[in-house]
Write a protein that binds this ligand. Structure first.
Ligand code: 5AD
Ligand code: SF4
Length: 475
C-alpha cells in the first residue's frame, strides 16, 4: 500500500474513534521526552487526538488516555518512563485509563519486553515508524479491549497529511528529514529512527507557506542531520521532484527565505562533516536565517572523535568554525558535548575544554556518556568510571558558565531585534522574547507586541536571560 492510501485508511479509523467518543469529550495527557523531533511527533499525535474528539488536560488524574512519547538517547529517560508508569498503575486500577507508549524507546526490544513483563497494564505500544497508525491502534484497543503492539523494524517512510496541533502560534517546527545514516558509536538514533530519508521540497514549502498564512513568524527545520537533506536521494538515484529550485539544504534555506511572513529560520541539527560552503553561503546571505548555528562538537579530541565515528578532527572542527566566523557576520554558535566516552583520558578531555575556550559557544548542551544497548560504544571495554565522568562534567560546566557570564556582558548596551513570544512565565506584567541568538529577553511592554519583532536595548544580564527596554518604535 502506498503512504497516501495508508493515510486515507487512517482517516477512516479517525472518524470511527470520533464516533465512539460522540457526546463524551474524553480527556488526554501527553508527556514528551527528548528532542524537538519528538515534540513535533507529539504535535501530530495531539492533532490526531483532537480530530478524534479528545480534549487535552495537564492533569493526569482527570485523563481518560495517557500517552508517553519516549526518547532513548540517554538512560535517564528510561528511569523517568518507568517511574511514571508506576504512578499510572493506580489510575488504571481506579478508572481504567488507557495507557499508550510510543516513540524511540519502543523500537528497543529489551524495553518492550520489560513493559510486557513488568507493566502488563499498558494498553498500546507503538514505534517511530507507526505513528501515523495511532487512530487504528486506539480504535482497536477501545473496541477489541486487547493489548496492541504496533512496532515495525524498517527504514521507515514519510507520511504526509497527518493532522497537527501545534504548541505555539508564533514558532513552528517543520521536520524536513527522518532517520540517520551516521552511526556515531555512542548513539542509538540510527537503530530506532531508521535510515535517512528526506521530505519532498514541495511538501516542505507548502507547509511553511501555510504556516506563514496562519501568522507563524519563526520556523525551525528539524532532522537528525539537516545539512545532508536530499543527499542520500541523490547518491542512491532516488527520484525527487525539484521545487522552486530546491535540490539541497542550501537551496531549501534560500527558498524558505523568500516566503513572505516568515521572519526567522532556524535548523537543528547539522553535522560538521556536511557543512559545505553552499550552506555557509546560504546562511550568510539569507537575512531570515538566524546567525546562531548549532554545531555539535561531541569531543574536542581527535582520537576520541575517531572512536566516536564523527569523521572530523579537532583541527577540522576549529577550521570550520573559523571559516564560518569569517563568512557569516554576527555568527554565534551552540553545541553538544559528551563527557566520559569510553577510553577518554583526562588529557583527551582537556582538548574538549580547549575547543570550548577557543570557540566561546553561545550555549553548550552537556551530556554525561550513557551506555546504549546495541551501539558500538556499549561494547567498548574501557568504560570511564562514573565518578570521573562527573568530575569532568563539573569542570566543563564551570567553564561554560563562566563563559556565559562573560558573553552576556557583551549584550549590555546593544540593540537586539527580539521576536516577542508572550508574557513572562514568572511575572505576568513582563513580556518575553528571544534574540536571533536565541537568548531570552524580558522587558516591560504592552501585550499587543506579542508576535511582533521589536528592537530592545539590553540593560542587564542575569545568567539565563537578559533584561531589555523598548528602544525604538516597532519595526
Ligand atoms: N550518551 C550521552 N549523550 C548522548 N547523545 C547522544 N547519544 C548519547 C549517549 N549515548 C547526545 C549527543 C547528541 C545529543 C542529542 O545527545 O551530544 O548530539
Ligand atoms: Fe546520533 Fe550521530 Fe546520527 Fe546525531 S549524527 S543522530 S549523534 S548517529
Amino acid at each position: 500500500m502506498n503512504t497516501k492510501k495508508e493515510i486515507e485508511e487512517q482517516k477512516e479509523y479517525l472518524n470511527k474513534v470520533k464516533e465512539v467518543n460522540k457526546e463524551k469529550s474524553p480527556k488526554y495527557t501527553i508527556l514528551t521526552m527528548g528532542c524537538q523531533l519528538n515534540e513535533n511527533d507529539s504535535e501530530k499525535i495531539c492533532g490526531m487526538l483532537e480530530k478524534m474528539g479528545y480534549i487535552k488536560t495537564q492533569k493526569q488524574d482527570e485523563a481518560d488516555l495517557a500517552i508517553f512519547n519516549t526518547c532513548c538517547v540517554r538512560e535517564n529517560a528510561e528511569d523517568k518512563l518507568f517511574g511514571k508508569l508506576g504512578e499510572l498503575k493506580k489510575l488504571k486500577e481506579q478508572k481504567g485509563i488507557i495507557i499508550a507508549i510510543g516513540g524511540c524507546m519502543m523500537q528497543e526490544k529489551h524495553i518492550v519486553d520489560k513493559i510486557k513483563t513488568s507493566y502488563p497494564f499498558v494498553d498500546i505500544v507503538f514505534g517511530t515508524h507507526t505513528l501515523h497508525k495511532f487512530p487504528e491502534d486506539l480504535y482497536k484497543s477501545i473496541q477489541e479491549k486487547r493489548k496492541i503492539e504496533d512496532i515495525m523494524d524498517i527504514d521507515g517512510e514519510i507520511y504526509e497529511g497527518l493532522p497537527i496541533k501545534r504548541d505555539s502560534n508564533i514558532k513552528a517546527s517543520v521536520t524536513i528529514m527522518n532517520g540517520c545514516n551516521n552511526f556515531c558509536s555512542y548513539c542509538i538514533v540510527p537503530y530506532v529512527r531508521g535510515r535517512e530519508r528526506s521530505r519532498s521540497p514541495k511538501e516542505i514549502i507548502k507547509e511553511i507557506r501555510e504556516l506563514a498564512k496562519d501568522g507563524y513568524k519563526e520556523i525551525t527545520l528539524l532532522g537528525q542531520n539537516v545539512n545532508s537533506y536530499l543527499r542520500v536521494e541523490k547518491e542512491k538515484n532516488i527520484q525527487f521532484e525539484e521545487y522552486e529550485g530546491v535540490n539541497s539544504f542550501a537551496t531549501l534555506l534560500i527558498a524558505i527565505n523568500k516566503i513572505d511572513g516568515i521572519e526567522r529560520i532556524r535548523f537543528v541539527s547539522p553535522h560538521p562533516k556536511d557543512f559545505t560552503d553552499d550552506v555557509i553561503d546560504a546562511i550568510a546571505k539569507c537575512d531570515k536565517v538566524c546567525k546562531l548555528v548549532h554545531l555539535p562538537l561531541q569531543s574536542g579530541n581527535t582520537k576520541v572523535l575517531k572512536e566516536m565515528n564523527r569523521k572530523y578532527t579537532k583541527e577540522q572542527y576549529l577550521n570550520l568554525v573559523e571559516k564560518m566566523k569569517n563568512k557569516i557576520p554576527n555568527l554565534t554558535l551552540s553545541t553538544d558535548i559528551i563527557v566520559g566516552f569510553p577510553g577518554e583520558t583526562d588529557e583527551e578531555f582537556e582538548d574538549t575544554l580547549d575547543v570550548v575556550r577557543k570557540v566561546k559557544f553561545e550555549q553548550v548542551y552537556m551530556f554525561i556518556y550513557s551506555r546504549r544497548v546495541g551501539t558500538p560504544g556499549d561494547k567498548m571495554e574501557n568504560q570511564v568510571p562514573d565518578d570521573i565522568k562527573h568530575v569532568r562534567f563539573n569542570k566543563l560546566k564551570a567553564l561554560v558558565e563562566s563563559q556565559i557570564e562573560e558573553n552576556n556582558k557583551k549584550y549590555i548596551g546593544t540593540v537586539q531585534k527580539v521576536l516577542v513570544e508572550g508574557e513572562s512565565k514568572n511575572n505576568k506584567d513582563l513580556l518575553t522574547g528571544r534574540t536571533d541568538s536565541n537568548k531570552v529577553v524580558i522587558f516591560e511592554g504592552s501585550k499587543d507586541l506579542i508576535n511582533q519583532s521589536i528592537n530592545l536595548e539590553i540593560v542587564s544580564e542575569h545568567m539565563w536571560y537578559l533584561k531589555g527596554k523598548i528602544k525604538y518604535d516597532r519595526k
